[in-house]
Ligand binder design. Structure first.
Ligand code: NDP
Length: 628
């Protein structure tokens, strides 16, 4: 049985206009109660005689007998229904009748009636309508003085608010907007909320819902309590707000309205230790908290991101099917979304993803720099090299966009040449370096990529340095593209090895039970570091309990590539290039294959000046030497 909506109010308040517009939006028939008046009623009203109860009962009965025809599709009925008992009559035999009351002052309606044409209602009867009116206290009550569009929007939104949604999303910024459209495109009913800031941010969610057709079944809220109440149990709420205090503020505002078993997902780039803290605090209250890493930027969020949720299996069972629906697909058509581990692991994994991304970007920048400033190639030649590499095993999203970047012109000039050479580093890059150091994971390439951005931001100092020393960059004379490609490939493998080893260490350290092969799989599409190499790493990481550098399929690649990496590092450094990630990858590799390292000297120095003691190769125990 479908709902019959009665748009009620005094004559002239706009029932027909609004009723028709609502019916059009809901795609259900519209009826005007005036069309059911017997001629005698119309004559009375035209002559300025107010209708009495005995005039109205037969009229209402005539309407009610139409219900059997209306009840399947539903209908919108514009009807004055001024008294409570009239409305009760209109509800007889049909449980699903909703009242929409258009409220306005006498003066407002009188002004409207004064310009209304071709209507039998005599404006002198307006006072009698107001005298008869018993304004309803329930149903949808609206201010009829609003514009038609605002009124219809308000009414439709309030109707939607009365039904429950599968998922709630808070934070309609760049990512929240795209994600909610993606969820809606996958037929997931959504309740959306953005914070209310008086006179600044009002009805953001309501307006957003009306901006995109795919959100037709979604509902916008400006009040947090109504938003929470609109969600089916257990409530599933996705936060897409800025990391830090905003997440705590939103969680605090939600808490009073949540029930045991509800699930909050934080999709922002939160620090994993904050996620661990929030998870524990909410767990004590029976609320699940999942840290959900999301990668892919604005476009990925809309078309299919890579999603890295961490938390309890119990919570994932509820939200996993929704997240997996909107995620990108791997080459086998499986969702690039899987529970990566427990606790704050989702955000840790996203953080390391970003770390790998930093180093991948920096490596491409270094290749570009070598080709352009030491190989003396043109931008078109560089773009062609990137295109060629992209057709083979070096294929990656970042290389693809880099080829487009070097070809981009503005007013006939290469755009890259006018872009300021200062790179920002926000949050995840330096967090990942600190986190890796805290758990004792060597993070060479990624730390160097972060440092490279920091040095880049010191533009003024660098310009001064150039002036002081005035050392020209030199051309690499015996330049070979194949050598650079091999060095690039080798450095990338080493960088990925560093990223995955950090995950392995963190998994043990925090007891997260990370599945590295599955993480590689969900990084094969939708995210910024998707690449052919990442696909190759899925089987390598599967069940292999050591660094990928020691895998039988990787050893021959590195054996071939490391000599080229050495050549490029020597050539480029020798001719004045700054190549921190290339050189860090080589340095890491050299260190990782030295059974005997220079650390004996470090241990001796520590014992010399601080009596820190040392261990020996030739016997067990702890030793101290009186050095002088
Ligand atoms: P935006 O700045 O575009 O949007 C932030 C949202 O958070 C806005 O809706 C804002 O509301 C809301 N917000 C901010 N402070 C508060 C608060 N105190 N209380 C309630 N709401 C608040 O950011 P993005 O959408 O780009 O990013 C959101 C999160 O996703 C961040 O953590 C970001 O690091 C992460 N992320 C971003 C990616 C990207 O490519 N942009 C990719 C992956 C993750 P209001 O409109 O009222 O200010």
């Amino acid at each position: 049985m479908a709902t019959i909506y009665i748009v009620m109010g005094v004559s002239g308040v706009g029932k027909t206009t609004i009723g028709k517009a609502i019916a059009q939006q809901l795609k259900i028939p519209f009826y005007d109660a005036d069309d059911f008046h017997p001629p005698s009623n119309k004559d009375k009203m035209a002559s300025g005689t107010p209708l009495q109860d005995e005039d109205r009962w037969p009229w209402l009965d005539t309407i009610v007998v139409q219900y059997p025809q209306w009840k399947f599709k539903g209908a919108v009925l514009a009807c004055s229904a001024l008294k409570k008992e009239y409305r009760s009559r209109l509800q007889v035999d049909h449980k699903q009748v909703e009242t929409i009351y258009l409220s306005a002052s006498f003066a407002f309606v009188q002004q409207r009636l004064s310009v209304r044409k071709n209507h039998f209602f005599n404006p002198t009867l307006l006072q009698s309508q107001f005298d008869t009116l018993e304004a309803p206290e329930s149903g949808i009550i609206c201010d009829a003085t609003l514009s038609k569009d605002s009124l219809v929007r308000h009414i439709i939104n309030t109707m939607k608010q009365q039904t429950t949604s599968q998922l709630g999303l808070i934070g309609l910024g760049v990512m929240g907007k795209s994600l909610s459209r993606n969820f809606a495109n996958h037929n997931i009913t959504m309740s959306l909320y953005n914070r209310h800031v008086p006179n600044v941010e009002e009805d953001v969610a309501v307006q957003f819902v009306y901006s995109y057709p795919e959100l037709k079944d979604s509902c916008g809220f400006d009040a947090i309590e109504a938003f929470v109440n609109s969600l089916s149990l257990p409530r599933k709420i996705f936060l897409m707000v800025n990391a830090g205090p905003a997440v705590d503020a939103v969680v605090t505002s939600l808490e009073p309205y949540l029930s045991i078993g509800d699930i909050i997902m934080d999709g922002g780039n939160s620090h994993y230790l904050d996620t661990e803290r929030r998870t524990k605090a909410l767990q004590e209250k029976g609320i699940h908290f999942l840290g959900v890493g999301v990668s892919g930027g604005e476009e990925g969020a809309l078309k299919g991101p890579s999603i890295m949720p961490g938390g309890t299996t119990e919570a994932y069972e509820h939200v996993g099917p929704l997240l997996e629906k909107i995620a990108a697909r791997d080459t086998h058509g499986n969702a690039c979304c899987a529970k990566v581990g427990s606790g704050g692991s989702g955000h840790f994994v996203k953080m390391i993803h970003n770390g790998i991304e930093y180093a991948e970007m920096q490596l491409i920048a270094e290749v570009y720099d070598i080709l352009r400033h030491h190989g003396m190639l043109s931008l078109e030649e560089i773009a062609q090299i990137f295109d060629l590499w992209n057709e083979g095993e070096e294929n990656s999203y970042l290389l693809e966009i880099s080829s487009k970047i070097v070809r981009k012109t503005e007013d006939g000039q290469p755009l890259i040449d006018v872009i300021l050479d200062k790179a920002q580093q926000k949050g995840t890059g330096s967090w990942s370096t600190t986190a890796a150091l805290q758990i004792g994971a060597p993070f060479d390439t990624i730390a160097q990529a972060v440092l490279a951005r920091i040095i880049s931001s010191e533009k003024e100092q660098r310009v001064k340095g150039q002036q002081h020393y005035n050392i020209e960059r030199e051309e690499i004379t015996n330049f070979d593209i194949a050598t650079i490609k091999s060095a690039y490939h080798t450095a990338r493998i080493i960088n990925h090895a560093i990223g995955f080893e950090t995950l392995r260490k963190a998994s043990k350290h925090y007891d997260w039970d990370l599945h590295l092969s599955e993480i590689a799989r969900i990084w094969t599409n939708g995210c910024i570091i998707r690449s052919t190499l990442m696909e190759q790493l899925i089987p390598i990481l599967d069940g292999f309990d050591d660094t990928i550098l020691f895998h039988e399929s990787v050893i021959p690649q590195i054996t071939n590539g490391q000599s080229n990496l050495k050549i490029i590092v020597q050539q480029a450094m020798g001719t004045g290039a700054s190549i921190p990630v290339f050189s860090a990858s080589l340095s890491y590799f050299n260190a990782m294959i030295q059974g005997d390292s220079s650390a004996s000297m470090i241990q001796a120095q520590r014992d010399f000046f601080g009596a820190h003691t040392y261990q020996r190769k030739d016997k067990e125990g702890t030793f101290h030497t009186v050095w002088e």
